[in-house]
Design a protein around this ligand. Sequence first.
Ligand code: ADP
Length: 354
Amino acid sequence: MDNTKFKKQVYEALKNIKDINSDTNIVDNKTLHEVVIDDNQINLILNIKGNSPNYYNKIQELCKKYVKEINNKISINIILTSDNINKKTSSKMENNSNPVGLKNIILIASGKGGVGKSTVTNNLAISLAKRGLKVGILDADIYGPSQPRMLGINNEKPSSGKNGKINTIEKYGIRCMSIGLLIDEKRPIVWRGPMVHGALEQLIKDVNWGELDMLLVDMPPGTGDIHLTLSQKFFISGAIIVSTPQDIALIDAQKGLNMFKKVNVPIIGIIENMSFFLCPNCNERHEIFGNGGAKETANNLKETFLGEIPLYTEIRIKSDNGEPIIEKNNDQINKYFFKITDEVEKFLKENSAI
Ligand code: ADP
């Protein structure tokens, strides 16, 4: 085999592959860093410039396809590197790597507390898991962890694994970890700023999450610098903002959106919770708060509106009993969660992240 000719053909063929978020191809913009041919193996070295390796799944597939079209006998090895990170962004990027096995970290945030962020997180997580995805929840709401109670695992104590990391608690087909499972609820901790950041980082790094398609992080309310720290320490696939229809909550939601934009975290979209009252007797919608505010905000900001969830007494009763509503076959209510699940799955698929 004439290696020089083969290498030239490979470079030419790979010019057909467009890079992520760019109009140029992976050869011209030097994402394809090097091609090394070694006996019966071709090594393609891709410089991923600090992006998540998951975003390169499709590009890797295309590289293999094009190389095979030229030579279908050679074995293809793709190596992802990110050592040429632009110096200006390197301080932001230096720790920007996720624990092995965690494909996507998704932040679920709200501008203020009580809008149903935790309720939405666990129902969405279970709904995604029912579609065959491997899903985990990290309850990062250290000031008021509610996932253990909502998932009915508040009496469980996580064990430690052989590797010294903490094991998750599994329930309803998802893996969960919460600071509420690790501390004595009767002796609350007085959290100081740096402790909070350290604790959250540890909860992501020192927990045996296993292989997960996505880890949904139930964030503390507000737009504090915890969000900033997480986006600097880890690669965040996207953020979901939960809001209620009231104006004040929407103003807070907008602050949240702007904050994520500033730190380059993609916005998956906005969910409006408690959009309207769904009467269990007459099955009618009652627009008691004035409906559609979040949808309008999303449209104005050119963000995706992921869907609405009604105010429905059974959602509260079930979640207070440790049984997320999605576990019940209540089509009247679950259809709202399914629509949101479709949108989140679509976002991840479009970004080749699952
Ligand atoms: P957050 O995480 O934003 O503080 P929670 O998820 O803890 O909010 O929800 C606050 C309360 O509202 C909980 O008692 C929860 O069961 C209830 N709740 C949330 N969403 C709904 C809904 N759509 N219908 C009825 N009750 C809800």
